[in-house]
Design a binder for this molecule. Structure first.
Ligand code: ZN
Length: 139
C-alpha cells in the first residue's frame, strides 16, 4: 500500500493475530495488515516498497477465514490508535479506487485513485450488503 517504513509488528492471539503496520514516508498514512498466516519477515524500522513481499494472507488471531484485514489511519502526527472511532479511519477501497464490495479480487498497482462519487460516505455494513446483492444480480 505504500513506500514507507514498518512501525509496528506483533502477534495478538485474541485480535489481529500476526500483524504489521507500515507508514508512508511521504504522507504519514498508516496501513495495518492483519490475520497474516505467519510472522512477517520484516521488522520494525525496515523499509517497504510497493510490490514488496510483506507476508501471506491468513486467518491467525480472532478470525474465521482467510482474508487480508486492511486498515488505514492517518498517523502522520501520532502513533496508530487501536480501537479508534470509525471516523478516525480512512477507507482503503476509496484510496485504491476500487469498490468496497464483498467477494471481489483487486490488484492495487500503488497509484491512489480519487474515489468515485457514489463510494463517498457509503462505507457502512448496510451499503456493503447492498453492493454485494447488486453484484449477485449482475451475475
Ligand atoms: Zn478481519
Amino acid at each position: 500500500m505504500c513506500n514507507g517504513t514498518v512501525v509496528y509488528k506483533t502477534f495478538d492471539a485474541d485480535g489481529f493475530g500476526y500483524y504489521i503496520i507500515m507508514k508512508d514516508n511521504e504522507t504519514g498514512m498508516g496501513f495495518l495488515y492483519g490475520h497474516l498466516k505467519e510472522e512477517s519477515p520484516l521488522n520494525v524500522g525496515d523499509s517497504v516498497t510497493i510490490g514488496q513481499y510483506v507476508g501471506h494472507e491468513g486467518t491467525s488471531g480472532s478470525s474465521t477465514g482467510i482474508h487480508l484485514h486492511l486498515e488505514m489511519q492517518d498517523i502522520s502526527s501520532h502513533d496508530w490508535v487501536f480501537g479508534a472511532d470509525l471516523s478516525q479511519y480512512e477507507n482503503p477501497a476509496d484510496f485504491m479506487g476500487i469498490p468496497n464490495t464483498q467477494g471481489i479480487s483487486a490488484i492495487y498497482n500503488g497509484t491512489p485513485q480519487p474515489p468515485e462519487p457514489e463510494q463517498k460516505n457509503k462505507n457502512s455494513t448496510k451499503w456493503l450488503k447492498f453492493r454485494s446483492r447488486k453484484i449477485i444480480l449482475r451475475l
